[in-house]
Design a protein around this ligand. Sequence first.
Ligand SMILES: [Ca+2]
Ligand SMILES: [Ca+2]
Ligand SMILES: [Ca+2]
Ligand SMILES: [Ca+2]
Length: 643
Amino acid sequence: MKKLLVIILILLSSSISIAQSITQPASRKFELNVSGQACSGFVLNGFTSTDILLASIGFINPPTGTTFSLTTTTGLTPSSGFTLSGNKSKLVFTGTQANINAALATLKINTGTVAGSVQVSVSATINPTGFYYNPINGHFYKPIPTGAYYTAARAASLLTTFKGQTGYLVTITSADEDAFIYANIPQSNIWFALTDEITEGIWIIDAGPEKGTIIKTQNGQTAGNVAGQYNNWAANEPNNSGNEDYPVTKWGGSQWNDLPNEVTAPYVIEYGTWSNPDSQTFTDFYSANVINPIDVPTSKVNFYFSSNMNPSQWSVKAYTAGGVTPVSTTTGLTLGTNGSVVNTSDFVKSKTDMVIYLSNLPSTTLTNLYWSVLTVGDAYLAFQELANRGLSGTESNTFTNGVQFLNGDIDGNNVFDEKDSYRILQHVIGSQTLIVSTWSESNLFRFVKKSTFDAITKANWKTTNTPYSATYPLAVDATINDYVYDVVVALKGDVNLSHTIGQNAQTTQSTNRTMNLTTPMEISTYILSELVDGKVVVSIKVNTLGQLLKGVQLKLNYDSDILKYENTEYITSGNPINFSNDIGNFINFGSLIYNGNGLLNNNTEYKLTFTPKETITNTIGLTSIEGIDAINVGGSTLKIKNL
Ligand SMILES: [Ca+2]
Ligand SMILES: [Ca+2]
Ligand SMILES: [Ca+2]
Ligand SMILES: [Ca+2]
């Protein structure tokens, strides 16, 4: 029973005593020349609620112009020489743990124009009554109002300890320290450690860390004052009047006089041997610090374009959200390799409402781009997906991931159905453009945070909330240094992901389709152009190279200054939809079998006829062929070789 009681008592006592400490925030980067940047996160722990604590906040080696301020100072009392309000680089005060923590939570950093790093240091200790803390050197001072002879005061001081430090008769080695004594120690005519008892007129500090230092070699107010040492004698002192070998401060004012040992005077005991308060080694004195860089924040935006897109065609600007004024003074930031942008001046933390705006391409450029984005492969896959939904009509087989649904939902109603597929088809064959009513980036592009993009599945694509937009909002995170934005550009209608990167890909497309290793995944085309009865006839033949070909799409560039397009003659099998669209200086043409069992075979041929606008004698250099897309029965994209 007794044993049990002991255990209970141990448990009780260990649960009651909480270790005293200060926790510090993680390092964060501060922006140059910005006021009021949050520096919260310092927290005092473990002191009892009624303890009056002495606390300090200070910078170590701050870049010029760096200050801090506290918004809340309720219940705090500033130490001598400090005010709670305003911007400062050091503050010492007293208060309870709760009041100090409330203040620390509102700590704000103000930076100037000088970069560097600042160490923010917070310290706290229980502040016993009767002790005075000098934040300049980090020493404590205890006045002894009871009068004593100098030599007795000097000896008695050495017998005391405070927070693990042996005391010594106070030494006054700077104007700051003298002023601190003057302001804080209530008594007057206070003994301090200095004597010329060995050699008359040679004044030597005889206690503390400065013991043995000669500060003056001759009596008289300034005579023999040693350069670099602090002296503060009253007029005509020291004068050794009747053999005076020991000094007092606060003598008839703020200055010093030499007096004989046999005067009973109050004195002060000093604790601490360091000159930097941050070097203190007091016991039960707690401190914590964090080093924060102050710099121009660098943010990087990586736009993940597909390898079939050319990032150098695009540029971005930083705008204020909803605004038309670019934050940047530059005319636009050119996208680098893989579409990355680095900016050190636009992406600043104070501008949390910024967006990145993908620069406008001319609408004709966008339109032309879409003749290669939406192709026979997209239309074929879209209809395959509809056809392969199984008995219940909901089992997706052709689309392998949610991004294909996201891109395929042309009308944006969160359902992928026949309407969407037909819109893609109608775009490809060119009878109508039903993809967008107006050609603009805002109608065609989605900017999707890459982590979101990679997590899009068949199950959640409807709820990803990734609207079409030409802008990407930059929610600049002030706690992250050198923030990187990874943004995927997804394109409307691109269900075969020819122009949208694959999920979890870095910069190149991954199609995740079955490869037939024995048959090369390619077809070839052969072009012949000739003058027939004054007209230019361009004949393109397709060799399927053994592929079960369902669709082919080609592009014939022509010199529109010399040639006028007339028509296309199709020689095709398998009952395809054949199409030719004159875009102005190229013809987008091909065939697609999106339903039924037919196949395009090696007899597939297109004859495009042009009328010359001037007399020509040959067709050299007037036309050229490009393969846009080809797809086989399995939905695999085929490479097109031109012979
Ligand atoms: Ca001193
Ligand atoms: Ca003397
Ligand atoms: Ca004197
Ligand atoms: Ca596509």
